[in-house]
Design a protein around this ligand. Structure first.
Ligand SMILES: *[C@@H]1O[C@H](CO)[C@@H](O)[C@H](O)[C@H]1NC(C)=O
Ligand SMILES: *[C@@H]1O[C@H](CO)[C@@H](O)[C@H](O)[C@H]1NC(C)=O
Ligand SMILES: *[C@@H]1O[C@H](CO)[C@@H](O)[C@H](O)[C@H]1NC(C)=O
Ligand SMILES: *[C@@H]1O[C@H](CO)[C@@H](O)[C@H](O)[C@H]1NC(C)=O
Ligand SMILES: *[C@@H]1O[C@H](CO)[C@@H](O)[C@H](O)[C@H]1NC(C)=O
Length: 430
């Protein structure tokens, strides 16, 4: 590690490069955390996507934008002092400043978002003066400002819906923080639209894009999103519902984005039809020709048990007294596969709580970050597509060589019981 003096010199050098104006005051540098300069660089778009956020919802928003990995940026951003140094010409510095201000100051009548000032080279969180007469939106009877929030009725930022739901009707509402002090006096216009990710607009669901008006007689709206109940066997796939803008813009948005996963119901059903493009590569007929599996226990010792075949769905699943297990999967033959998701197939029998995954190179050394499972409707899953921004597993033409899947812990803290997996992937032929 650098010593402190050296670190300060380093800070000065870096900042000197950034600050355009030679007059800018570089002598008063108190910042310790400059990690955001590297960690936030790839996150500018994500930060912009969250530019309507406020307070805690900013963290939530940034971390939940699919296909990016902005966790480190967010951590570094949380540590930033107010008035940190930045370069106004760099768009990601502007984005960092904006989110920093909205996260810390919230977005009330008195404080707004920030900008990186060209002359001082500092992030400035702007504020607007409290109006002497109440904003027409609010009937303010005391000095305390009224805040309204736009939010989804179900506050969870990830929601799972069954494929056979037919029409999904999420509710969006506008809510005052102090109904005793605040009443609607105006109309609030909200632009909402769905955005496709692994669930495709037009084939998996029918997207909506709409302007909603909220007022004293209409404080909530229901969206209507048709979901296509096909018979094709598919992984969990998601789209998002984004609240894009609100007029007037003094209204904070509690959750600007909601992620909707569609849970397929065709896999274990006799009516399910295999997809031409995305198949389960852990299905025995598929896998036996090109996947080789090894097991290791928590001490990384090779073990013969369980039978490698039992990882395949409908084979009874892995049962072992180990509560941690490593599966190393080698792709052999001429195939390259792009993995979309790895899911527990039988969540009601399998007691697995979480697992993770990473790629290994041919020397069995990991060369990427771990992807962690999360639980969708009781089913542990790794959505590789979701992590696509920094993982190569989902990108065409990429050869995974080896995959390491770590079964991390079980719901009851005991050994792994009857755990079957399914792995949805496209096969790429050279
Ligand atoms: C730098 O900051 C110090 C203390 O705030 C101030 O006295 C000085 O005038 C500033 N220099 C410039 C060039 O702005
Ligand atoms: C340095 O900046 C801090 C706040 O940013 C301020 O309180 C302090 O007075 C400044 N010190 C000097 C010597 O300019
Ligand atoms: C504001 O609200 C108070 C109490 O709810 C009410 O008495 C008053 O008439 C309202 N004023 C306006 C302009 O709506
Ligand atoms: C959807 O399928 C589940 C079983 O998978 C069933 O219990 C439910 O009634 C179905 N819902 C509709 C709306 O058909
Ligand atoms: C409130 O908004 C609805 C649309 O959401 C509109 O039909 C209605 O006329 C509005 N009412 C008032 C009082 O503006």
């Amino acid at each position: 590690m650098f010593d402190k003096k050296f670190q300060n010199i380093l800070v000065s050098i870096i900042l000197f490069v950034f600050v355009k104006n030679a007059e800018a005051n570089l002598t008063n540098i108190t910042e310790k955390n400059i990690n955001w300069l590297t960690s936030c660089r790839p996150c500018a778009d994500t930060l912009y996507e969250c530019s309507q956020c406020f307070k805690d919802a900013c963290v939530q928003c940034v971390l939940e934008i699919p296909y990016t990995s902005c966790l480190n940026c967010m951590n570094d951003l949380i540590d930033l002092p107010s008035n940190f140094n930045c370069d106004s010409r760099m768009s990601y510095h502007q984005a960092v400043c904006k989110i920093h201000c909205r996260m810390n100051n919230g977005f009330t009548i008195t404080s707004r978002d920030g900008f990186c000032d060209e002359y001082t080279g500092r992030c400035v969180c702007t504020s607007i003066a409290l109006p002497t007469t109440p904003h027409p939106l609010f009937n303010r009877t005391t000095a305390s400002p009224c805040e309204y929030k736009i939010k989804f009725e179900k506050s969870s930022s990830i929601e799972v819906i069954p494929e056979n739901i037919s029409t999904f009707k999420p509710k969006i509402l506008v809510e005052p923080n102090r109904p005793d002090l605040c009443t609607f006096r105006d109309r609030i216009k909200v632009k909402v639209r769905t955005k496709q990710f692994s669930a495709i607009d037009g084939s998996d669901y029918l997207g909506v894009s709409t302007d909603l008006e909220f007022n004293s007689s209409k404080t909530w709206h229901e969206l209507k999103i048709d979901i296509n109940n096909d018979r094709i066997i598919e992984p969990f796939e998601f789209f998002t519902i984004d609240i894009e803008s609100v007029t007037p813009d003094i209204i904070p948005i509690a959750t600007p984005r909601k992620i909707i996963y569609i849970e397929d119901d065709d896999y274990n059903s006799p009516n399910g039809i295999a997809d031409d493009d995305i198949t389960d590569v852990f299905d025995y007929d598929e896998a036996s020709s090109f996947i080789y599996l090894m097991y290791k226990d928590k001490f990384n010792q090779d073990i013969n048990f369980p039978d490698p075949n039992s990882i395949y769905p409908n084979n009874g699943g892995i049962t072992t007294s180990q509560d941690r297990l490593k599966i190393v999967m080698q792709i052999i033959g001429f195939y390259t596969i792009n993995i979309h998701t790895i899911e527990v197939n039988n969540p009601h029998e399998c007691n697995l709580n979480s697992f993770n995954l990473r790629r290994l190179n041919s020397n069995m050394q990991p060369y990427e970050e771990l992807m962690n499972s999360f639980v969708l409707n009781n089913r542990p899953i790794i959505d590789v597509n979701y992590y696509k921004g920094f993982q190569n597993l989902g990108i065409a033409g990429d050869s995974p060589d080896y995959l390491e899947i770590n079964l991390l812990n079980t719901k009851d803290g005991r050994g792994v019981t009857k755990c079957e997996f399914r792995a949805f992937a496209s096969k790429v032929y050279d």
